[in-house]
Design a binder for this molecule. Structure first.
Ligand code: NAP
Length: 258
C-alpha cells in the first residue's frame, strides 16, 4: 500500500477525475478539490471502496483571491500532509478579449495562474521539510503558441509551462520534481465551458483516461514536460519552423465556429 497523499484540484470531472482514478489504482491517498461537492463525494466513495484508500474532499472555489491560502488552512485543520500536488483545475473561454467582461479574464488568471502558483509555493514548504515532493501542473499544447480568441487562456498556459520547467530545474538537487502536462484537445466538459462546439478544436480528441495515463507515467519518470497524444508531440517542432503570422492564422481558424 502506497502511503503517499495526492492533492488534485479540479477532480470533479475530466482529466482531474481520470488522474484521481489513476493515482487511486496505485494506492495513493487522495484529497479531491473542486466546487461541485456532490460529484467529489460520489467519486471519493467509489475510490475508497474500490481501492481501500483514504479520500478527503474539499469543496472550494479556487478562482477567488486567497483560495490557495484558504485551502492550505483547511489541510492543516484536517492534519493532511501533501506529497504530490496536481494543479489541474482550469478553464478557457472562446471569445474576443475586448468582447468579454474583465471579471471573466481575472477569474481565469486567478484560477489558471495565481492559485496554481500560490498553492505550489505553500505546499513546497512541507515537501522540502519531508525531503520528497512531486508536482504535476496541467498546461496545454496552447502553451507553445499565441491563440487569437483564446488570448488569456493561451497566455495563462504559457505561464504554467514556463514556470513548471524553470521550477523543475531550480529544485533538481532536492527530491522534488515538477512535470508540466500539455494535453491536446481532450473530450471533457472543458469545451462546453469554453464554448468550443462547432470548432475544429473538437474534431479530434483524446480521452481523459489516455491523458491521465501519459501524465502519470511522465511524473513517475521525473520528466519536466509531457505532451499527451502522439498527434500532438511534433507540435513544438513545427511551431519553431513556422512564421508567427501563419501560427496566428491557423490558431484563429481552429477556434472559429462553423
Ligand atoms: N479538455 C481539453 O481539451 C484540455 C486541453 C488542454 C488542457 N486542458 C486543461 O486541463 C485541465 C482540466 O480540464 P478538463 O479538460 O478536465 O475540463 P473539465 O472537465 O471542465 O474540468 C475542469 C475541472 O476544474 C474545476 N474547476 C473549474 N473552475 C473551478 C473553480 N473556480 N474552482 C475550483 N475548481 C474549478 C472543475 O470543477 P468544478 O466545476 O466542480 O469546480 C473541474 O473539476 C484544465 O487546466 C484545462 O485548462 C484541457
Amino acid at each position: 500500500m502506497n502511503q503517499r497523499r495526492v492533492l488534485l484540484t479540479g477532480a470533479s470531472s475530466g482529466i482531474g477525475k481520470a488522474l484521481s482514478e489513476r493515482f487511486a489504482r496505485e494506492g495513493y491517498h487522495l484529497v479531491l478539490v473542486a466546487r461541485r461537492e456532490s460529484a467529489l463525494n460520489a467519486l471519493a466513495e467509489t475510490l475508497r471502496v474500490a481501492h481501500q484508500i483514504q479520500v478527503d474532499v474539499v469543496s472550494q472555489d479556487l478562482a477567488e483571491p486567497g483560495a490557495a491560502q484558504k485551502l492550505v488552512k483547511t489541510l492543516a485543520q484536517k492534519g493532511l500532509e501533501i506529497d504530490v500536488l496536481v494543479n489541474n483545475a482550469g478553464f478557457g473561454l472562446n471569445g474576443g478579449f475586448a468582447d468579454l467582461p474583465l471579471e471573466q479574464w481575472n477569474s481565469m488568471v486567478q484560477l489558471n495562474v495565481t492559485t496554481l502558483m500560490e498553492l505550489t509555493h505553500l505546499l513546497l514548504k512541507g515537501m522540502r521539510q519531508r525531503g520528497f515532493g512531486r508536482i504535476l501542473n496541467v498546461a496545454s499544447v496552447v502553451s507553445f503558441m499565441p491563440c487569437p480568441n483564446f488570448a488569456i487562456y493561451a497566455a495563462s498556459k504559457a505561464f504554467v509551462l514556463s514556470f513548471s520547467q524553470a521550477l523543475h530545474h531550480e529544485l533538481r538537487q532536492e527530491n522534488i520534481r515538477v512535470t508540466a502536462l500539455c494535453p491536446g484537445a481532450t473530450a471533457t466538459e472543458f469545451h462546453e465551458v469554453a464554448g468550443n462546439h462547432g470548432t475544429l478544436i473538437t474534431r479530434w480528441m483524446d480521452t481523459p483516461e489516455q491523458v491521465a495515463d501519459e501524465a502519470y507515467r511522465a511524473l513517475m519518470r521525473e520528466r519536466s514536460m509531457v505532451i499527451s497524444g502522439w498527434i500532438n508531440k511534433p507540435l513544438p517542432f513545427f511551431l519553431r519552423l513556422s512564421p508567427r503570422s501563419w501560427v496566428l492564422r491557423i490558431a484563429e481558424g481552429m477556434a472559429r465556429h462553423a
